[in-house]
Design a protein around this ligand. Structure first.
Ligand SMILES: Nc1ncnc2c1ncn2[C@@H]1O[C@H](COP(=O)(O)OP(=O)(O)OP(=O)(O)O)[C@@H](O)[C@H]1O
Length: 122
C-alpha cells in the first residue's frame, strides 16, 4: 500500500473517483443536473450572495454525501454480495444521508421562491 503520496497524485485519484461516479452512477448524474438547475434558478431569482453561499455549500455536501454513499455501496458489495441485514443497514443509512440533504435542498428552493414572490430575493 502506498501512503502519503504527493498532493497532485491524490488530486488525480479524486478526479478519477468523480469521473467514475459521473459515468456510472445515475443518482450522481441527476445531482449534477440539479446543481446546474440550482445555479440557473439562483440567477433567475437574482439571489443575494448569502443565498448563493448557502446553496453552493448544500450542493457540495449533497455531492460529497452521494460520493461517500457510492463508496459504502461498493465496499458493501465487495464484502457481501449476498443479502445481509448489516449491508441493508449500511446502504439504507447512506441513502438516508443523501435524502436528508436533498430534502433540505427542496425546502431551500421553496423558501427562496416564497421570498422572491413576497419580498424580493435578499
Ligand atoms: N447485499 C445486500 N444485502 C441486503 N440488502 C441489500 C443488499 N444490496 C442491496 N440491498 C438493499 O437494496 C437497497 C438498494 O441497494 P442498491 O445497491 O441497489 O443501491 P442503489 O439503488 O443502486 O443506490 P444508488 O442509486 O444510490 O446507487 C439498499 O438500500 C438495501 O436496502
Amino acid at each position: 500500500m502506498i501512503k502519503n503520496q504527493p498532493i497532485w497524485r491524490r488530486a488525480r485519484y479524486a478526479l478519477r473517483g468523480f469521473g467514475m461516479a459521473a459515468r456510472e452512477e445515475a443518482s450522481f448524474r441527476a445531482e449534477l443536473w440539479a446543481l446546474l438547475g440550482a445555479v440557473l434558478f439562483l440567477i433567475w431569482v437574482q439571489a443575494s450572495l448569502w443565498w448563493w453561499g448557502l446553496a453552493l455549500v448544500l450542493m457540495a455536501m449533497l455531492l460529497a454525501a452521494e460520493l461517500l454513499n457510492t463508496a459504502v455501496e461498493s465496499l458493501a458489495d465487495l464484502v457481501s454480495p449476498e443479502f445481509h441485514p448489516l449491508v441493508a443497514r449500511a446502504k439504507d443509512c447512506g441513502a438516508a444521508a443523501v435524502f436528508v440533504l436533498s430534502t433540505v435542498g427542496v425546502f431551500l428552493v421553496l423558501l427562496l421562491l416564497w421570498q422572491h414572490f413576497h419580498g424580493g430575493a435578499r
